[in-house]
Design a protein around this ligand. Structure first.
Ligand SMILES: Cc1cc2nc3c(=O)[nH]c(=O)nc-3n(C[C@H](O)[C@H](O)[C@H](O)COP(=O)(O)OP(=O)(O)OC[C@H]3O[C@@H](n4cnc5c(N)ncnc54)[C@H](O)[C@@H]3O)c2cc1C
Length: 450
């Protein structure tokens, strides 16, 4: 009988594993795989357990917490680490050698194991991908049989493509190799638009050659756009304060303000006036302080606390083909306002989104068919959030949005089938080949992949 309680980082997804194993060595993982009596199924591994969906839940089974976090090798163009290594720690080690990741997500807690087999997002630089795993060139994993399997981009590109969407369903990954690049100065600036002006300007903005990320304010009809590009000719010293401010407001003080305002101000109209005023100040800070010709990419990565506190937030995500995005965004702003009018619910934080280049490196890449732009509602999970997400999922499905299995709560098999179709059959066939006894299959994936 299950006795342990483990939650994801935010605290809203609960797992009841019968056994918890801290994997400090490959032998620890092999021991789990080889003894289904002592270590019951499903066997799931987690890194930092930040996922906003139940992909890491091991009800009645064995939860492996990846503690193996050593950096094994840093070369001029590659980094090899143990799967429990965290994005921020790796980025700092690379920076010390004038190197960097291609994709520097704001989440510093992203583990290498998760990056190599689960979905991620960040705004793509021109000519680059926006998914971390697309720069993972090889993994070593322990299969349910207890044997080791090494997969590399060079030797098995098709299998590597599936590994990047395998969510730990083929095996438990213990070693990851990334392609990396020289540390390069980066320009950043922000501009705020009305929704209509942004949509009118979007074709021109795309042609400018910046990465495009955006903070959405549906209740003020505004959108603040983050523009970044590499600026190798930058001189002087890097500006560290710009990203430090962004990180603090986005990762700590913003969500804490939303949380506290929610708790302390009971009248919605007053509560949301206060939150909208905070958001207006946030846009000014983005425009006037988070701007520089010379920042460095690792400074964007946020150190979230290991155990979440009142500054925690959660979110969802759907991606839209970029030519369908202007209509989707316009409909989304209306959807949020209509929902608030009809149901009395709105989020107490802002929303975000990313422009992510076409990318076929992962089988279940949400930008497999072309460049996408995402709509990610964010919240402290104030009352009504869960119902809102059900409506948001329906809204996104009706506009051909594509979800992520680790970042879109409330998925159903039908939603997944509509988004990824026959690719799911390919994934299921390979999964069955490596895991014929369903040792790694939890209820979440059993229901979604059935
Ligand atoms: C505050 C916050 C901010 C976030 N910001 C971003 C962001 O900027 N960009 C972004 O892309 N995402 C972001 N996320 C979403 C998401 O949590 C991450 O993309 C990522 O999944 C987190 O890594 P993790 O190590 O916590 O993964 P986990 O949640 O631990 O695991 C994710 C999946 O991978 C599997 N897995 C993990 N390790 C292994 C392994 N060693 N072997 C086999 N399978 C494994 C798990 O079983 C699970 O299915 C954010 C989440 C939060 C809560």
């Amino acid at each position: 009988m299950a006795t342990n309680i483990v939650t994801n980082w935010f605290g809203n997804i609960v797992s009841h594993p019968s056994v918890i194993v801290d994997a400090n060595s490959v032998d620890d993982i092999v021991a789990v795989m080889k003894d289904p009596v002592k270590y019951p199924s499903p066997v799931r591994a987690v890194g930092s357990n930040h996922s906003t969906a139940a992909c890491g839940v091991a009800d009645g089974g064995t939860l492996i917490r990846m503690k193996m976090n050593q950096i094994l090798n840093i070369g001029a163009t590659s980094l090899t680490v143990q799967a429990g290594a965290l994005h921020l720690d790796m980025a700092k080690a690379l920076e010390a050698q004038n190197l960097q990741f291609y994709v520097n997500t704001e989440i510093g807690s992203l583990s290498a194991g998760s990056a190599s087999c689960a979905g991620t997002k960040d705004a793509s630089f021109p000519g680059e991908y926006g998914q971390v795993g697309s720069y993972v060139t090889g993994v070593k994993m322990i299969l349910p049989s207890g044997d080791q399997l090494e997969v590399t981009e060079d030797a098995q590109p098709d299998l590597m493509q599936q590994v990047r969407s395998s969510y730990g369903l083929f095996g438990i990954i213990h070693e990851v190799t990334y392609k990396i690049r020289p540390l390069t100065p980066m320009h950043v600036h922000h501009t705020t638009y009305s929704l209509e002006d942004f949509i009118a300007a979007l074709p021109d903005l795309k042609a400018l050659g910046y990465s495009i990320m955006y903070y959405m304010f549906p209740f003020e009809n505004k959108i603040a756009v983050e523009f970044r590009k590499y600026n190798p000719g930058a001189t002087g010293d890097p500006n560290h304060a710009a990203w430090a401010l962004r990180n603090h407001i986005w990762g700590t003080s913003g969500p804490k303000f939303g949380h506290d305002t929610e708790q302390n101000v009971s009248i919605p109209s007053i509560r949301y006036s206060i939150i909208d005023a905070f958001n207006a100040a946030w846009r000014l800070q983005l425009e006037y302080i988070v701007t520089s010709d010379y920042t460095i990419p690792p400074d964007q990565i946020i150190q979230y606390p290991a155990v979440s506190d009142d500054s925690r937030y959660t979110f969802s995500l759907f991606a839209f083909a970029e030519d369908e995005f202007p209509a989707a965004l316009t409909a989304f702003y209306k959807f949020c306002n209509d929902y608030y009018t009809q149901k009395g619910y709105r989020s107490n934080l802002l929303y975000v989104g990313y422009r992510i280049a076409q990318d076929q490196k992962a089988l279940l890449s949400y930008s497999y068919d072309g460049t996408v732009m995402t709509i990610d509602p964010v919240s402290t999970a104030n009352r009504g959030w869960d119902d809102f997400l059900v409506a948001y999922n329906q809204f996104c499905v009706s506009l051909n949005g594509k979800p992520l299995l680790n970042q879109t709560p409330g998925l159903t098999a039908a939603i997944l089938q509509g988004a990824y179709g026959d690719k799911l059959k390919t994934l299921a066939a390979t999964r069955k080949q490596y895991d014929p006894q369903d040792r790694l299959l939890n209820d979440y994936f059993r229901q979604l992949l059935s």
